[in-house]
Every structure is written in structure tokens, then in C-alpha cells.
Write a protein that binds this ligand. Structure first.
Ligand SMILES: *Cc1c(COP(=O)(O)O)cnc(C)c1O
Length: 382
């Protein structure tokens, strides 16, 4: 085992100004899930996203997806379609509301939801007696999905989109920012994301009325009365004002973080172009702009059946460098083994041959040369 310090896949990267806002929270005694930092953080996000967005900050991206499903009226036994190649937090909230998840394969350009397989899934639901209540799309590893094609299918059948852009703050498609593609969009500020509040998330909504509704639901759904009065079920999901202070400090450097992650991508691109068997996840054309939150590579040798990606992961591990297989598709998870699945085997194939590489905005030149050495030596031997 290497005695060098660990290189992480994606670790928090503070600006230095977070404590200023956290201190303000303490000075004003706003140690609560409301206050000036929550309001300020929401405003910062709205300004960044543009497009007349209305942001409701909550305690996690998972909570935001849960509330999005509640707001779209998803109930027991309702169908909800979800991209299969994603992190479990995209799909778990479907179970929270008692819905039936239907998973859809990826296409090879963006690794995100395949518009054709999506249409098959919608037709299946209709044939089973009801239209799906929502489609959960994902901008995986920061890459926008085929926004126009997917939207066209969703609109043809009148099904709303919940866009999971937990990984994609700072990305865009045809100049429009990730986090504005869905009828409701979702962001995450978990510790591993491009910016963090330690834990946190947000719903991005199209109208102030919807934002009010999201805030109402996330603060226990209290009716307007002097006593505690409730007509519907609420949740305790609002973001802490202390955590929102971290978010405000992070928003000051978001543009810089995007630039740094994109520089990591350029660095990996230069390394991997030398090796025919490696295919890095890259923007398919100029319509796509990725924050390159995580760089992921598919490693394939036609003549070899062994998993090269696992071998590379072992090689990194020996040098105390974290890498990770791609997110295991939901339709292959024991938790979802009864869920219908549409598509072929792109997601599965990516999972078996893909590897996520260290991609933090805080990677140093020394870190990068350690990573590069592992890759170069690996290809010498394989
Ligand atoms: C991180 C993540 C989430 C969940 O966000 P949390 O804030 O950790 O709850 C949801 N979807 C995807 C794709 C993610 O990567």
C-alpha cells in the first residue's frame, strides 16, 4: 500500500468565505431551518440559473425528489419512469410515495435516458391502464441528457419531467442551464457534489406559487392558524440556515469550480486519447456543456473477457487513489428486482466496463501526476 495521502473521487472544496456566512448565522442567532442564509442562498441559485427560476432549498437532493413527486400528485400504485443508470437516490423516493418504478436504459451518446426506450415504457404504462405520473431524468456525472428528444416524448404523452441534476449544477444544453430542463428540477449539495452545504438540496420551480407550496410542504404543512393546524401531510425537509451559509460561500466560487472540473476533463482526455480501448464520457457536440463533475471511462479490449476497469481500479487502490465502478443500474439492484425495465443493455454494459476517476476541483498537480502514472503503467501491462 502506498504511504502517500489518499486521492478522493470528489471531495469538498471550500472557498474560504463559508465561515463568514456561518458566523453571521451565529451572530444573528439564526440557528434554524430558516433565516437570511436560506433566503440568500436561494437568491444566488435563482440568479445563477436564470430563466425565471424559483428555488426552494431543502435538506437533501433526495428530499427534493420526494417533494417533487408529492407535488406532482404521485400516489400509491402510480407508475413513475426513471433512468436506470443513476444513483439510488433518484429512484428511492418513488418507493416513499408507494409508486411503481419503471426503469429505462441509457443511450450511448450521453449515457442518459434513451428517448426510444422511454416511449416504449410510457406505452407499457398506458397499456397497463394508466399513464405514468412522472419521468425522472438524470444528468449523470454532469452530462445533460438529450433534452429536446426526451421533452418531445414527454410532451407527446403529457407526462411531466422531474430533472435530477444533483450532479450537474453548472452544466448546460443549448445554452440553457441544467436545473431548468424539468417541469420540476432538483439539485444536491451533498459533500461530494460540485458545491456543497455538507448536506442539502433544492427544488427548482417554474412559478413562485410552486415554490411557496414546496416550502409549505417542507416545513410541516402548517395551515394559517395561531395553533398548529394541519390539513395535509407535511415534511421536515427545509435546509438549515447554518448549512445555507456554507452554500453562499460556495456560490462565490461556483464558476471557478466548473472551470477546474472541466480542466480535469481536458487532462484525462489528453491521457486517454493515446489508448484505443478507452472511451471517456465526453460532450457529444457543441449543444452540450458539462460541468464534468465526475470523469468516467469505459475500458474494453475486444479479445479479453476479464474486466479491465476492475483491474485499473485495483491499480489505483494500490497507490491510495480512489476510483469507483459506474453507478450500478437500478434494474440490476436487488431492491428493484421486480421493476419493469425497457431498453437493451447499454447501462449494464457501461456498468461492467466503466470506471469513475478522481475528479475533484481540488486535485493538485502532484495528484494528477500520481494518477497519470498509474494509468500509463496500467496500459503498458494491459
Ligand atoms: C447525490 C445524488 C442524489 C441525492 O442527493 P442527496 O443530496 O445526497 O440526497 C440524487 N441523484 C443523484 C444522481 C445524485 O448523484
Amino acid at each position: 500500500m502506498s504511504d502517500q495521502s489518499k486521492i478522493w473521487l470528489s471531495s469538498p472544496h471550500m472557498s474560504g468565505n463559508e465561515m463568514k456566512y456561518v458566523q453571521q448565522a451565529f451572530d444573528g442567532n439564526w440557528i434554524a431551518p430558516l433565516g437570511p442564509n436560506v433566503d440568500g442562498f436561494e437568491k444566488d441559485l435563482e440568479k445563477f440559473l436564470g430563466q425565471n427560476t424559483h428555488v426552494a432549498a431543502v435538506s437533501s437532493g433526495t428530499a427534493a425528489i420526494h417533494l417533487a413527486l408529492v407535488m406532482l400528485g404521485v400516489e400509491k400504485e402510480d407508475f413513475v419512469i426513471c433512468q436506470s443508470l443513476t444513483f439510488s437516490a433518484s429512484a428511492n423516493p418513488i418507493l416513499y410515495v408507494g409508486g411503481i418504478p419503471i426503469f429505462v436504459d441509457s443511450e450511448p451518446d450521453t449515457w442518459n435516458i434513451c428517448p426510444n426506450a422511454l416511449e416504449d415504457a410510457i406505452k407499457y404504462c398506458i397499456q397497463k391502464g394508466k399513464k405514468p405520473k412522472a419521468i425522472i431524468t438524470v444528468c449523470l456525472y454532469g452530462m445533460p441528457y438529450k433534452v429536446d428528444e426526451v421533452k418531445q416524448v414527454a410532451e407527446k404523452y403529457g407526462v411531466p419531467i422531474i430533472e435530477d441534476s444533483a450532479e450537474a449544477l453548472g452544466s448546460s444544453y443549448k445554452g440553457q442551464k441544467s436545473g431548468t430542463f424539468g417541469d420540476i428540477s432538483v439539485l444536491s449539495f451533498n459533500g461530494n457534489k460540485i458545491i456543497t452545504t455538507s448536506g442539502g438540496g433544492a427544488l427548482v420551480l417554474k412559478d413562485e406559487i410552486y415554490k411557496k407550496k414546496a416550502v409549505f410542504l417542507s416545513t410541516q404543512a402548517k395551515d394559517d392558524a395561531p395553533h398548529y393546524q394541519h390539513s395535509i401531510m407535511g415534511y421536515n425537509y427545509r435546509l438549515s440556515n447554518v448549512c445555507a451559509g456554507i452554500g453562499r460561500g460556495q456560490m462565490e466560487v461556483l464558476e471557478l469550480r466548473i472551470q477546474q472540473r472541466r480542466e480535469n476533463h481536458t487532462y484525462y482526455k489528453e491521457i486517454f486519447t493515446k489508448f484505443d480501448s478507452a472511451k471517456l464520457l465526453t460532450e457529444p457536440n457543441d449543444d452540450y456543456f458539462s460541468n464534468h463533475w465526475i470523469n468516467a471511462v469505459i475500458l474494453k479490449h475486444d479479445e479479453k473477457t476479464e474486466s479491465l476497469s476492475e483491474k485499473l481500479r485495483d491499480a489505483f487502490k494500490l497507490e491510495n487513489i480512489e476510483s469507483r465502478p459506474l453507478w450500478k443500474p437500478m434494474h440490476l439492484q436487488p431492491l428493484f428486482d421486480k421493476a419493469p425495465y425497457f431498453g437493451s443493455n447499454f447501462a449494464e454494459d457501461f456498468f461492467h466496463h466503466g470506471l469513475c476517476l478522481p475528479s475533484g476541483s481540488n486535485l493538485t498537480e502532484k495528484d494528477k501526476s500520481r494518477i497519470e502514472n498509474v494509468i500509463i503503467n496500467f496500459f503498458k501491462k494491459n
